[in-house]
Design a protein around this ligand. Structure first.
Ligand SMILES: Nc1nc2c(ncn2[C@@H]2O[C@H](COP(=O)(O)OP(=O)(O)OP(=O)(O)O)[C@@H](O)[C@H]2O)c(=O)[nH]1
Length: 369
């Protein structure tokens, strides 16, 4: 029986999983959910973007309710992590006075959402206390067509979703939107598609849907709720193992090998040729130099840069400079001031193909004031 006011079913905490490729708008939606006046308290689980923390700082109200899984990647190492984080959250709940009403999990843009959703069906403790409410996929209207061509993860995210939010409609024409919608429909005929700008969807279209459709997922992935290899307590993720012959969640062997490779790479990316590079600097940076460097970099290599994000300590400036890019589309602004006791440092993450780490590091460090 569903209690529609709370979205909860039989006292279990509803869980919403947000997926979508790098830069699609997941954090934008999350921040809307956290700032909108709905009288609910959400526990948020985010997955760190690279090896240094950035995402956590970009989520509003991050101090209190945001829990990090920073083992790199939700898909392959974090099912165990997710179980631990959820178990920890459950300990904070008190009968009669819940600490929060629902859990939102933001997955990394390179993950197949399957294993994350599966966690809510496989682990007994988690299963007893939570209920997967829905999987919502954010789609970047401008870049999604290319990603559907070249990324298996991007296709899986769309195919797996209970609801699709076609975001960034401001960046493309109506004709292109219709084309994108047709393509999404082919991959996922059932999920409602909602157009959005800055993820401005009514929240009741994302939260408390009671929409996770296990039967549909079992059609796509019959092993979903009954993994032979990942029994209770088996928290190490089985795609990462090298000794099992069966195709566990629709991942094939080639994928397992990609993982092997990627584990050695910094920032742990998924697809073989994609890597994440984390840069940091403990000295203040020259704002003008940094902006010029970033503009030039995106101009020259924007095709290959799937995603970039950073928080920069600008010399002579009390506020932190936050920048984000998806390919060549760059946004940057001065945000909240550094705290009096806070460590001021600059950090940036670039995820892309054919990136030259040494060159990037040199360019970044040359922007020191
Ligand atoms: N023009 C435009 N930009 C948008 C829209 N929605 C989000 N953005 C921008 O797109 C960039 C990526 O948005 P995020 O919300 O951080 O994307 P994300 O999916 O969380 O990204 P990852 O966590 O890196 O995978 C940011 O610079 C946003 O400001 C939109 O509707 N239109």
């Amino acid at each position: 029986m569903t209690d529609t006011a709370s979205g909860q079913t039989s006292g279990k905490i509803p869980v919403t999983v947000l997926t979508g490729y790098l830069g699609a708008g997941k954090t934008t939606l999350l921040n809307r959910i956290l700032t909108e006046d709905h009288g609910k308290r959400y526990a948020v689980i985010v997955n760190e973007f690279g090896e240094i923390g950035i995402d956590n700082d970009l989520v509003v109200g991050a101090d209190e309710d945001v829990f990090e899984m920073n083992n790199g990647c939700v898909c392959c190492t974090v099912r165990g992590d997710l179980i631990r984080v959820v178990a920890g959250l459950m300990k904070r709940q008190r009968p009669g006075k819940p600490a929060f009403d629902a859990i939102i999990v933001e997955t990394t843009g390179l993950a197949d959402p399957g294993p994350v959703a599966q966690t809510f069906f496989v682990d007994e403790d988690v299963k007893a206390k939570t209920q997967l409410d829905s999987v919502t996929a954010l789609v970047d209207a401008k870049h999604v067509m290319a990603r559907l061509d070249d990324s298996k993860e991007a296709r899986e995210q769309v195919a797996f979703a209970d609801r699709i939010i076609l975001n960034k409609v401001d960046l493309v024409s109506e004709a292109d939107l219709v084309e994108v919608e047709r393509r999404l429909r082919k991959l996922n005929p059932l999920a409602p598609i909602t157009r959005a700008e800055r993820a401005d969807v009514p929240l009741d279209q994302v939260l408390g849907l009671g929409g996770f459709d296990l039967e549909r997922i079992l059609d796509i992935k019959p092993e979903f709720a009954n993994p032979g290899h990942g029994e209770d307590g088996h928290v190490h993720d089985e795609h990462c193992g090298h000794d099992h012959a069966h195709d566990h969640h629709g991942h094939d062997h080639a994928h397992a090998h990609e993982h092997e490779h990627a584990h050695g790479a910094r920032g742990h990316a998924h697809e073989d040729d994609i890597k994440g590079i984390s840069l940091s600097l403990d000295r203040p940076m020259d704002g003008t130099k940094f902006t010029a460097w970033l503009d030039r970099l995106l101009g020259e290599q924007g095709q290959n840069i799937l995603r970039a994000k950073g928080i920069i300590d600008v010399s002579g400036e009390d506020r932190r400079l936050v920048f984000q890019a998806v390919h060549m589309i760059l946004e940057g602004e001065l945000q909240k001031p550094w705290g009096a006791l806070e460590r001021r440092w600059s950090r940036a993450v670039f995820i892309g193909r054919d990136l030259d780490e040494a060159e990037l590091r040199k360019g970044f460090e040359a922007c020191a004031a």
